[in-house]
Design a protein around this ligand. Structure first.
Ligand code: GDP
Ligand code: MN
Length: 446
């Protein structure tokens, strides 16, 4: 049984996504928010996967990277059609493999449980598995209830698994160091292990000046209970992983499961790598691994305009400047009995074009029934914002109710611009009043 039921799990994923978009400017509000998310999610905070936006890649791409660093992975091939799948499986059987594995490639874990990983022993069964998985809407604890469409498969050599272990590297923010983790409880959800039995996760903190030391890797290898014949293999495996992590500017690397085979070999059976988005300018080759079809289309669109946008489930679209205010806005909507349709930070210096783009993105979400604009005019003056909102609303012919709460520099001029625009805006005197208006409007409009 999963520790968290799927909706909660999904909320956590979204919360982490929001945390991932925060930038240095949000260092005051972020820890507070992180704390709330952490308690809400009943999850140890040190497992929240990094606070800044990170780029995800597929398993087959991650394994390609490991291979370059001499880390052993099973042979295999990524395919996008059933014909290619059959041919790739035939190649593997012809090479003498008795077992082949058909694996869904999506940017989410838990594929095994969701039916996205099939171990087969004949070409016929490989065909059937590929047919069942390719194109399916795969639902796992990380995809959300709507699932993710499978557009790629990895057809891979099967392995005779002896033990399923876990290896991972992440940044431990509290320790301000990378931490190398290992556990004998591999193959399952590591977050669950960390929560219920943290003592089952062994850790080595890495001194950034000298990197992961062989003795540290050896210590982990012994704690994993590996056989004497496997210790050296495991040590070079871990050192290879660490090198790959550092040289690719990763933010997360996980091998789950890290397996031992019946003939004493060690292999990365699954691999997840996230990269630091802010470092991708110096890794043109890695940047190309991004698969936009795995990302939310509205979020992709927003990222083109440097808008921090995360799509959520509710009906009230929010346009806010500053991540802290955006969080407070989501809270007050919830407090007023509604649900936010998104997290959107237009940034402190948003201009008319940004506002227009933001409107466009908010309006393309069919769940949106009302738009709540909550702006504190600091760098972005309220009159500039009001002019931009009026222009964008006219240009895009916005029919949905718009509720505003404005405060800050040139607020009087801003209010005047709205009042004289001839458009119907509702203005709340306080955040709470505006939130009440927004909730009422969302319930009233179809
Ligand atoms: P995840 O569920 O998304 O993490 O996908 P994984 O790649 O970790 O696969 C899930 C599970 O499938 C693994 O923990 C293994 O138990 C099983 N599996 C994957 N590849 C093989 C294989 O080659 N042989 C066998 N026997 N099992 C495999
Ligand atoms: Mn896995």
């Amino acid at each position: 049984m999963a520790f968290l039921d799927p909706p909660w799990e999904w909320e956590c994923t979204k919360a982490r996504a929001i945390l991932g978009k925060l930038t240095y400017g949000d260092t005051i509000t972020a820890p507070l928010f992180a704390f709330r998310i952490a308690t809400a999610c009943l999850r140890p905070l040190h497992f929240s996967r990094g606070r800044r936006l990170s780029m995800k890649i597929h398993e087959y791409q991650a394994k390609e990277i490991l291979r370059k660093y001499g880390v052993p992975v099973p042979g295999g091939e990524m395919v996008q059609t059933l014909e290619e799948a059959d041919r790739a499986a035939k190649d593997l059987f012809d090479k003498g493999n008795a077992v082949v594995v058909v694996k869904a490639q999506i940017h989410a874990g838990g594929r095994g449980k969701g039916g996205g990983v099939k171990v087969v022993k004949s070409l016929d069964d490989a065909s059937k598995a590929a047919k069942a998985i390719l194109g399916m809407q795969l639902v796992t604890h990380q995809t959300g209830p709507q699932g993710q469409k499978v557009q790629r498969l990895l057809i891979e050599e099967g392995s005779a698994i002896d033990r399923e272990l876990y290896l991972g590297i992440v940044l431990d923010r509290a320790a301000a160091r990378l931490v190398f983790m290992a556990s004998q409880a591999g193959g399952m959800e590591i977050e669950e292990v960390a929560h219920a039995t943290p003592e089952k996760i062994y850790k080595e903190y890495i001194n950034p000046a000298i990197g992961l030391q062989p003795y540290q890797a050896r210590r982990l290898a012994f704690k994993l209970g590996l056989k004497p014949t496997q210790i050296n293999q495991a040590t070079s495996f871990m050192l290879g992983l660490y090198k790959a992590f550092v040289e690719t500017d990763s933010t997360l690397m996980e091998i789950n499961p890290f397996i031992t085979t019946k003939d004493d070999k060690l292999l990365a059976l699954d691999c997840k790598i996230n990269f630091d988005d802010n470092a991708m300018f110096r890794h043109k080759d890695l940047k190309e691994l991004r698969d936009l079809s795995e990302e939310d289309p509205l979020e992709v669109e927003a990222s083109k305009f440097a808008l921090n946008y995360i799509k959520l489930d509710g009906s009230i679209a929010c346009m806010v400047n500053g991540a802290g205010l955006a969080m407070a806005t989501m809270d007050i909507i919830e407090y007023a009995g509604g649900k936010a349709a998104n997290f959107l930070d237009v940034g402190g210096g948003a201009n008319q074009e940004q506002i227009e783009n933001a409107f466009g993105i908010l309006l393309s979400d069919p769940n949106v029934k009302a738009i709540f604009i909550n702006i504190f005019g600091g760098i972005l003056r309220v009159d500039v914002l009001a002019t931009a909102v009026v222009a964008a609303a006219k240009k895009l012919n916005v029919q949905l109710p718009i509720i505003l709460r404005l405060e800050g520099t040139n607020v009087e001029e801003g209010r005047k611009i709205l009042a004289e625009s001839g458009l119907k805006f509702e203005v709340g005197a306080t955040m709470k009043e505006a939130a009440d208006l927004a909730v009422k409007a969302a319930k009233g409009s179809k």
